[in-house]
Write a protein that binds this ligand. Structure first.
Ligand code: NAD
Length: 355
C-alpha cells in the first residue's frame, strides 16, 4: 500500500503472503529523475528501545532513500533517491523460495512504473537482481550490464581516501598510512586490494570470522575484534559495515585523523558532522565518497537508453577525488562541517533544476 510521508514522494509497504516477508519501497525524491537505489534484505529485530522490526525497516528505507537523493545529486546524475527493504530472515529461505520472493518483489517494483529503479545492496546479490528482472525492467546490476556495483564503490572510496590524505598530509599517497577497515564484505574486501597495492598498513574487523580468514590469506592485514576497530590508533577509519557507527558513544573513542568509508549513513545524527569537525577529524561525507556503485548502475540501459560504458563509469568515479577535495577545501575555508558543505552542493543542484 502506497502512503505519503512528509518530505518524501511516498513509501510503498506490502506483505508477501507466501513467506510473511514485508516489502518497503521508499522514494524520497523524483526531482532529478527516477529514484535509483538498492534492495536491502535484512532481519531487523526489536531493538532495546522497543522499536519493532517493521518500524526499524521502514525508518532505514526512508533514511537510505534520502541519502540516495543527495548522492545522485552530488555525483552529477539525473536521478532521484530511493531504497527498498525486504524484512525477512534470509536464512529461513531455500534457494527456490528466495528466487520466487525476488520475483514477487519485482512485481511490486513494476507497479511503480519506473518511479523506483532497483539495484543490489546489503544482503542481496546479482542472482536476486536476475530474479527481479523476470518481472520488471526497472532493475540494474544484472550480469552482462554493470553487474555487482561493489568494486566500483571500493574504487570511489579509495579515490576519496586519497583526496583526504592530500588535504591532511599534503600527498595523496597511502604508503605507510594505517587504515582501519570495519567490515570486509563486498566493498570492504575490494577496498583491501587498493589499500594493499598502495602500501597501506591495514587493520580489519568483521563479525564473520570467515571474512577475516579470507583477508588473512589474500592480504597482509592485522585483525582486531569488532568492538575494538573504532578505537584503533590509525590515520583513516573506514566504516564499511552498517550505518550509525559514528555516534555519541563511539565518537570519543576515535583515534584517527580521517573518517572515509563506504557505509551509508555513517553518522547517527547530523550533529555528529559538527562533532567531527570540532575534533579536527576530516570526514568524507558518506554519500559523496561511496558514489561509485551508483555511478556504475546508473550507466545501464534502463537509465541511459544506451549500452553500459565501463570507461565512462571509471572516469566519473575517478572524479570522486576532486569532489571530495573540493568539499574538504570549502570546509576549511568556511570553517564548516563537511556534511553541511556536501548537503549545500546537493541541494543547490536540485534547486537549479527548478524542482
Ligand atoms: P556486505 O554485506 O557485503 O558487507 C558488510 C560486512 O560487514 C560483512 O562482511 C559483515 O559481516 C560485516 N559486519 C557487519 N556488522 C559488523 C560489525 N559490527 N563489525 C564489523 N563488521 C561487520 O555489504 P557491502 O555491499 O560491502 O556494503 C557495505 C556498506 O557500504 C553498507 O553500509 C552499504 O550500504 C554501503 N554501500 C555499499 C555499496 C555497494 O556497492 N555494495 C554502495 C554504497 C554504499
Amino acid at each position: 500500500m502506497k502512503r505519503e510521508i512528509e518530505g518524501f514522494e511516498f513509501i510503498d509497504v506490502n506483505s508477501d503472503e507466501e513467506t510473511g516477508a514485508r516489502f518497503f519501497i521508499a522514494v524520497h525524491s523524483n526531482a532529478l529523475g527516477p529514484a535509483l537505489g538498492g534492495i536491502r534484505m535484512f532481519h531487523y529485530k526489536t531493538n532495546s528501545y522497543g522499536v519493532s522490526p517493521e518500524k526499524a525497516a521502514e525508518k532505514d528505507a526512508l533514511r537510505l532513500a534520502r541519502a540516495m537523493t543527495f548522492k545522485a545529486s552530488v555525483a552529477g546524475l539525473d536521478l532521484g533517491g530511493g531504497k527498498s527493504v525486504i524484512l525477512i530472515d534470509p536464512a529461513a529461505l531455500d534457494l527456490g523460495q528466495r528466487a520466487l520472493l525476488f520475483e514477487r518483489f519485482g512485481k511490486a517494483i513494476d507497479q511503480l512504473h519506473g518511479k523506483y529503479i532497483a539495484a543490489e545492496d546489503v544482503g542481496t546479490n546479482e542472482e536476486d537482481m536476475v530474479n527481479v528482472r523476470k518481472q520488471t525492467d526497472f532493475v540494474t546490476g544484472v550480469p552482462g550490464e554493470a553487474g555487482d556495483p561493489s568494486p566500483v564503490t571500493a574504487f570511489s572510496v579509495f579515490r576519496g581516501m586519497q583526496a583526504c590524505c592530500f588535504q591532511v598530509f599534503g600527498s595523496e599517497s597511502l604508503k605507510g598510512k594505517t587504515v582501519a577497515v570495519q567490515g570486509i564484505g563486498n566493498v570492504g574486501f575490494s577496498l583491501l586490494h587498493y589499500l594493499g597495492k598502495a602500501g597501506a598498513n591495514i587493520v580489519v574487523s568483521d563479525v564473520n570470522p570467515a571474512k577475516i580468514e579470507m583477508a588473512n590469506l589474500r592480504f597482509n592485514v592485522r585483525s582486531v575484534e569488532p568492538e575494538e576497530i573504532v578505537g584503533v590508533d590509525c590515520d583513516i577509519f573506514a566504516p564499511c559495515a552498517f550505518g550509525e557507527i559514528i555516534n555519541k558513544d563511539t565518537v570519543k573513542d576515535l583515534k584517527c585523523k580521517i573518517v572515509a568509508g563506504a557505509a551509508n549513513n555513517q553518522l547517527a545524527s547530523f550533529e555528529m558532522g559538527s562533532v567531527l569537525h570540532e575534533k579536527n577529524i576530516v570526514y568524507a561525507p558518506d554519500y559523496v565518497i561511496n558514489c561509485g556503485g551508483l555511478i556504475s548502475v546508473a550507466n545501464e540501459v534502463v537509465v541511459t537508453g544506451s549500452a553500459y560504458n565501463k570507461k565512462e563509469v571509471m572516469q566519473r568515479t575517478d572524479a570522486t577525488f576532486d569532489r571530495i577535495l573540493d568539499i574538504l577545501k570549502r570546509s576549511e575555508a568556511e570553517n564548516s562541517p563537511t556534511t553541511e558543505i556536501a548537503d549545500g552542493i546537493a541541494l543547490e543542484r536540485i534547486e537549479k533544476k527548478g524542482c
